[in-house]
Design a protein around this ligand. Structure first.
Ligand code: FAD
Ligand code: DLZ
Ligand code: SF4
Length: 516
């Protein structure tokens, strides 16, 4: 079928828009050509983990093959192709000029930088063009802004309840199923010492060709890879297998151990579907519906609190973060509430530290391009906030190192939730802790070089002095916060000598941060 005698249409698909169920693909036409491109602007805007670049290229190539098999016309530019001009704009302009396209279309990008670039490109085009929704998210870019219009607080919980009602998920009429919206308090247990979590499902994809091409192109990356046995899903089929594995083996304990940390297991009962979701191999609605279906089929095995906890992450947090991103960008990327200016410790790039919790969380990030939420928030993020690291450097690290890192969800979690650099848009208080919390939720402290119980002196755990130092330094910004006023009462009641020792210890650690 030809769409129009004179209309030759070029459609751009970004590396994180691999959604086979998009309405674009519902009909096939020889007059529509899809273009996917591996380009240096995208590989080089952050120092990415080698597994992230490999995973994206592999998934893009698989997607291109899949749509070709469905008889769609596809142009695929590989990273080392001689006719690849290495940017969206240059490649699109070149293709339009040389292939006589008469119309150009793209889907709304998820990232502000790319959104701006494509808007600029559109202005330069003399041919007609159109922008489409990516048909992936459960709220529009503007919806959160409209929901909170006129409000000072942007509470995730309010938006989550709105989303539950809007999509009729876990509802009985206008009320939440079982009468309660949020089961968080039933979750969050430490992993018992004898408990060995189910080993994660990993794939065995041979990506040696892609890795060789990345190396040949000279793309700078971080982290490790076993390219002959690449573990991440790179197709919709594999992403669905990973989701099924999670629903079969992990969902029953998801909420219970959601905040637990152990050196014995790198993902515990987490789903590891964020990469597949963020590049749109699977959709949030199908994940939610499949989880509900499993809970209905196996009510004795999957308790409601586990299901609700999981759905809240996707229907609540994920959509909320995207809404905040589009409401607050581009200013959000410049926020630095505490005016933190310090440099990221060198060992964040090597994992070479004596602090056991950080050593494990960083090393597993370098090995797997993955750390679960509490490792990101309460180990790496906690330490960086307590140490006053410049949020630009913190963002750059998180944006590069994780498989699932795309700015719309990385920056809101990092600069917002983790670093409180937005002054409380996303979180109502900074997520900081001493060793007490880390020891309560993990198995890291027992075999650490440092002593979790000591605030000062030989081998005192750095988290303990840095924690009080953080509160002390930021008293004028934080003491009025009703959620943390109590901590200031504790601090004020401490003996002046003890306080001085703690601050001195913290100063010593900050001066010697690269030796920790
Ligand atoms: P699970 O724990 O199994 O949760 C299931 C799904 O819920 C995830 O796949 C994800 O899609 C969603 N989800 C859970 N928590 C969040 C959240 N806070 N925000 C948005 N979605 C959430 N997530 C990213 O997708 N990309 C990032 O770049 C990213 N950067 C982060 C940086 C920091 C400092 C922190 C604290 C969190 C970050 N997160 C990010 C959120 C969260 O840590 C990851 O989504 C999660 O670890 C992905 O692993 P999973 O699929 O096993 O998640
Ligand atoms: C992250 C990434 C990388 C590393 N490489 C590419 C690429 O070569 N081509 C591409 O189209 N997309 C890539 N991406 C994902 C984009 O950065 C992503 O589409 C934008 O950030 C918009 O969200
Ligand atoms: Fe981390 Fe301190 Fe525990 Fe060591 S003692 S693992 S540094 S919290």
């Amino acid at each position: 079928m030809s769409i129009n005698k004179n209309k030759l249409l070029l459609r751009l698909i970004l590396g994180d828009q691999l959604n086979i169920n998009h309405s674009w693909f519902s009909s096939v036409s020889p007059d529509i050509t899809y273009v996917l491109m591996e380009i240096r602007t995208e590989t080089d805007y952050a120092l990415h983990h080698i597994q992230k670049v490999t995973g994206i290229f592999s998934a893009m190539r698989n997607f291109a093959s899949e749509i070709k098999k469905l008889n769609h016309q596809v142009i695929y530019l590989k990273i080392n192709d001689s006719d690849n001009l290495q940017s969206f704009e240059k490649n699109i302009l070149h293709l339009i000029e040389h292939k006589n396209f008469t119309h150009f279309e793209y889907q709304l990008p998820d990232e502000y930088r790319v959104d701006e670039a494509l808007k600029q490109l559109s202005k330069k085009l003399t041919l007609s063009h159109e922008v489409f929704d990516s048909e992936h998210f459960l709220s529009s870019r503007e919806e959160l802004g409209e929901f909170f219009k006129g409000k000072k607080l942007f509470l995730m919980e309010s938006f989550y309840r709105y989303m539950r009602k809007k999509h009729r998920i876990l509802m009985e009429g206008q009320e939440p199923y079982s009468g309660k919206w949020n089961y968080d308090s039933d979750n969050r247990k430490k992993l018992p010492a004898s408990h060995q979590p189910t080993p994660p499902l990993v794939f065995d994809n041979d990506e040696s060709e892609i890795v060789a091409e990345i190396k040949k192109a000279g793309i700078k990356t971080i982290g490790n890879i076993d390219e002959k046995h690449f573990i991440w899903p790179t197709s919709r089929k594999q992403s669905l297998e990973l989701l099924d594995f999670f629903l079969d083996y992990c969902l029953p304990l998801f909420g219970t151990y959601q905040d637990a940390m152990t050196p014995k297991a790198w993902s515990i009962y987490h789903a590891r579907i964020s990469f597949s979701l963020n590049i749109k191999l699977i959709s949030p609605l199908e994940v939610i519906n499949k989880a509900i279906e499993q809970w209905q089929k196996r009510p004795n095995e999957i308790e409601f609190n586990q299901l609700e906890g999981f759905i809240r992450q996707i229907l609540g947090w994920r959509e909320y973060m995207r809404g905040i991103y589009w409401l607050k960008m581009p200013d959000y990327a410049t926020l630095n509430f505490f005016d933190h200016q310090e440099k990221l410790p060198d060992w964040f790039w090597t994992g070479n530290t004596k602090m056991n919790c950080l050593k494990h969380s960083i090393n597993q990030s370098l090995d797997y391009a993955y750390a679960h939420h509490i490792q990101r928030l309460m180990i790496t993020g906690n330490f960086l906030l307590l140490s006053g690291i410049d949020p630009d450097q913190v963002d750059a690290w998180y944006l590069g190192i994780y498989m699932d890192a795309f700015e719309w969800v990385e920056i809101t979690n990092t600069r917002g939730m983790s670093q409180y650099a937005d002054g409380g848009i996303v979180g109502s208080k900074p997520y900081v802790s001493s060793a007490t919390y880390i020891d309560k939720m993990s198995h890291y402290c027992g075999s650490c070089f440092y002593n979790k119980a000591k605030k000062t002196g030989d081998k005192a755990c750095p988290f303990n002095s840095l924690y009080w130092n953080f509160y002390d330094k930021n008293e004028n910004k934080l003491s009025k916060n009703p959620r943390i006023g109590m901590m200031y009462n504790v601090w004020r009641r401490m003996q002046p000598n003890d306080k001085a020792d703690i601050l001195q210890q913290a100063e010593y650690y900050l001066q010697n941060i690269n030796k920790l």
